[in-house]
Design a protein around this ligand. Structure first.
Ligand code: ADP
Ligand code: MG
Length: 318
């Protein structure tokens, strides 16, 4: 991997529920993101993807674990230091419409982060807005339009422009294309990949569509019940993924009329709950390869090949 830009070590986030129970949304996640790298994160709904992103973007603080940005520990930053640190990592959301005030024109919406962070003249702001619109391939005069008068795809281009306004080194996309029609989704993905290459951006792309994620990611992390269970190069996912959960996901995608863009189908077996995390392997209750050891001992991520790690006792020689 190239120079490591972002690193999560044992990131954990728990929420107290109304009933006084503890829900573990992220359970000791380790990950690294290299400069210019796209890391895909995939897993069923509720497995903790968005929570992990909120920890990585410092919108929330982990209950345990550390976050390093450019080699520096940023876990406990507060106030102005936190604000400055956060500008380097920006997020594109699933529904850009919700991110924009209805009465704000597109130009103002995408320049809002700029105005919050930098003292610029009106003229300089207009120039930056024009550059951003060009970057996301929208006409300049769209600056004067209202986002709600645009199509979903155009609004998502605005969302990307806004996320790039501060020239971040990391762009995080949380199901950023999931709400769009397939053809529009393809255009937005192509745009993101172009921008990522041009600017040597690091990108984290979260999605429940395994085929899409693996096609555009250098590496893919598979999440299950708040845990990262396997990390491997995107182009090796189909052939080399070996965690029983990852295999089950792949088989379920294969089984359904070979439609690789189908969202992950729920697997059979007890539906796991982040309220009652098992002591051992998080996938134990549903795993076809379950062994006694899996009941009590949580498998750590261990390397099985270059750039390939798995958290499964089948591959854990320790
Ligand atoms: P995903 O993005 O993979 O669908 P989330 O990170 O949104 O998963 O959610 C993971 C788990 O954490 C879910 O069980 C969800 O209900 C729970 N959760 C997420 N945010 C909160 C919160 N603010 N308070 C309580 N529970 C939460
Ligand atoms: Mg989510």
């Amino acid at each position: 991997m190239s120079e490591i830009l972002l690193e999560g070590r044992q990131l954990t986030r728990r929420y107290a529920t109304d009933a006084g129970r503890i829900l573990t949304a992220c359970n000791g996640v380790d990950l690294m993101l290299g400069k210019g790298e796209t890391l895909g994160i995939v897993g069923e709904s509720g497995c903790g993807k968005s929570t992990l992103l909120r920890l990585l973007t410092q919108l929330e603080r982990p209950d345990a674990g550390r976050l390093l940005l450019g080699g520096e520990d940023v876990t406990g930053l507060k106030g102005e230091q936190l604000r400055q640190s956060r500008r380097h990592i920006q997020m594109v959301f699933q529904d850009p419409a919700a991110a924009f005030f209805p009465r704000m024109k597109a130009g103002d919406a995408i320049s809002e982060p700029l105005r919050n962070f930098e003292k610029l003249s009106r003229q300089e702001i207009n120039k930056r807005v024009a550059q951003l619109l060009e970057l996301v391939q929208l006409p300049k005069d769209y600056a004067q339009r209202y986002p709600h008068s645009m199509s979903g795809g155009q609004r998502q281009r605005l969302g990307i422009a806004r996320a790039l306004a501060l020239n971040p080194s990391i762009l995080v996309c949380d199901e950023a294309t999931s709400a769009l029609d397939v053809s529009v989704q393809e255009q937005i993905i192509r745009l993101l990949v172009d921008i990522q290459r041009q600017r040597r951006l690091s990108m984290i792309f979260v999605c429940h569509d395994l085929a899409l994620v693996q096609s555009l990611s250098h590496r893919v992390m598979v999440m299950y019940l708040g845990n990262g269970v396997e990390i491997l190069p995107g182009d090796q996912v189909w052939n080399k993924a070996c965690h029983p959960y990852a295999r089950a996901l792949l088989d379920s995608v294969f089984a359904i009329d070979m439609n690789f863009s189908k969202p992950i189908a729920p697997l059979e077996g007890d539906v796991p709950s982040p309220l009652d995390l098992p002591a051992g392997c998080p996938f134990g209750a549903r795993c076809p390869r379950f062994m006694e050891r899996c009941r009590s001992e949580k498998p750590p991520l261990v390397p099985v090949a270059p750039d390939h790690q798995v958290a499964c006792h089948l591959y854990n020689m320790a």
